[in-house]
Design a protein around this ligand. Structure first.
Ligand SMILES: CC(=O)SCCNC(=O)CCNC(=O)[C@H](O)C(C)(C)COP(=O)(O)OP(=O)(O)OC[C@H]1O[C@@H](n2cnc3c(N)ncnc32)[C@H](O)[C@@H]1OP(=O)(O)O
Ligand SMILES: N[C@@H](CCO)C(=O)O
Length: 398
């Protein structure tokens, strides 16, 4: 990794590069036209409102083929700001561009030559699936502030519609990191008969006070951006959206995605610009966070970000089900629960609590990474071994 970014400065180009999000919000950097498919779901019920529902279009991708026995389907659930592009294969066969290429692809542990792999962008997102930037069915204007506050259970219901549509009665594996892992656990609780194994990577079965606290600061950053306009900023006359608030939210979040020791080893007290102790100076780590703030503000929608926060904050697998253990009691499949030892956002204790609530003697697999929570995206060796082991067990049971 090249750490010489001394020439990088936050300049006017960054500001000018920010543009209002397209109302369709149907872009995906690096997308290959025709790869993404869409499923229309009519009347998806909403957990938050017994009378509420929403028509949605789900953007999804598939790799490989469902076999005749229909027992080789794997659902990969993406994380907070992720999307359906879990694996990217260039024309020459090289893996490129997918967010979990280390794990998913031809010859990878989740081998797309063997498994039928499916990944959809969540409802409320901004990578093709219906979200706040999409037109409201009544007036055709963006949903904006009117978009419902979905829960992860709503998102899983939409994923179940997709399974029905694809002819998948039961998944060999539902696996995901972080918010994706939360949905994997939700799948086990909601549809235990439709899941033969789950993989919960760097995640929790119920969002903790600390995680909600981090999210509170991010929510405030977005809402207090004057350009947020209560969530109705699409098509604003001045073209501005809440990019600064969204960027600040990402900077806060990104800090939680990395570890103290990694930030210290990479950046320490190094200066990026001038004397960082002077008002116009800047530490390298500040510049790094600015970069990630800018990157996310270019590719993500603030209203979707707030919907993701709401879905994560309301996540509690035991809610209304008699507690966590009761919620998972009906799950007879295999479970892989992975914690990253330097993850300060979803620490080991979260995985231990989940493993203890799962039927059978599930042990937490602890992976070493210096990175922290994002280790699941960056350090793949231990993760690959663990998932390979899980799939071998699942195969042995067929
Ligand atoms: C499941 C999902 O979530 S999929 C969604 C995609 N993932 C995310 O959004 C997670 C957020 N994390 C990231 O974006 C991370 O970059 C990861 C996990 C994808 C990759 O991590 P790493 O390889 O460790 O990248 P790292 O965090 O070092 O970031 C590298 C970037 O920081 C920039 N950078 C590094 N130091 C500095 C600095 N001092 N000043 C400015 N920029 C800097 C690099 O130029 C590089 O830019 P680029 O990504 O535009 O090429
Ligand atoms: N890097 C991840 C972090 C949440 O797990 C994301 O933004 O989706």
């Amino acid at each position: 990794m090249d750490d010489d970014y001394s020439s990088w400065v936050p300049d006017a180009e960054v500001e000018e590069g920010l543009r209002p999000l397209p109302a369709s919000a149907a872009w995906l950097p690096g997308d290959e036209p025709g790869r993404r498919q869409f499923l229309a779901i009519e009347g998806l019920p909403l957990e938050s409102d017994p009378l509420g529902w929403i028509d949605v279009t789900l953007a999804y991708e598939t790799w490989g083929h469902l076999n005749e026995a229909r027992d080789n389907a794997v659902y990969v659930a993406h994380a907070f700001t992720g999307d359906s592009h879990v694996s990217g294969v260039a024309g020459d066969g090289h893996l490129t561009g997918g967010w979990w290429n280390g794990l998913v692809g031809p010859g990878r542990p989740i081998d797309t030559d063997r498994y039928f792999v499916v990944c959809a962008n969540v409802v409320g997102g901004c990578q093709g699936t219906t979200g706040p930037a999409h037109p409201h069915p009544v007036d055709g204007l963006p949903w904006g502030s009117r978009f419902p506050w979905l829960t992860l259970r709503d998102m899983v219901q939409a994923e179940a519609h997709l399974a029905d549509h694809l002819g998948v009665d039961s998944w060999a594996l539902v696996i995901g990191p972080s918010m994706g892992g939360m949905r994997a656990v939700e799948w086990a609780a909601t549809f235990p008969e439709r899941v033969r194994a789950i993989g919960a990577v760097g995640t929790t079965a119920e969002t903790t006070a600390e995680q909600i606290a981090w999210n509170a600061a991010q929510t405030a950053a977005i809402r207090l951006d004057p350009a947020f306009r209560g969530g109705d900023y699409y098509g604003a006359a001045d073209g501005a959206g809440p990019y600064l608030g969204l960027g600040i939210a990402r900077a806060i979040a990104h800090t939680t995605y990395r570890s103290e020791q990694e930030l210290d080893a990479r950046f320490g007290r190094r200066a990026q610009i001038g004397d960082p102790l002077a008002p116009d100076g800047m530490f390298a780590v500040e510049s790094y966070l600015d970069h990630h703030a800018d990157k996310l503000a270019r590719r993500f929608d603030a209203n979707s970000y707030l919907r993701m926060i709401h879905a994560v904050n309301t996540h509690d697998v035991g809610r209304g089900r008699g507690g966590l253990a009761a919620a998972l009691a009906g799950f007879e499949g295999d479970a892989l629960v992975i914690a990253i030892d330097s993850d300060r956002l979803y620490p080991l204790s979260n995985s231990e609590r989940l493993a203890a609530a799962l039927p059978g003697a599930v042990e937490v697999t602890v992976l070493h990474s210096d990175i922290g929570h994002d280790g699941f995206l960056v350090d793949s060796t231990g993760l690959n071994d663990a998932v390979e082991g899980l799939l071998r067990r699942v195969q042995a049971r067929v």
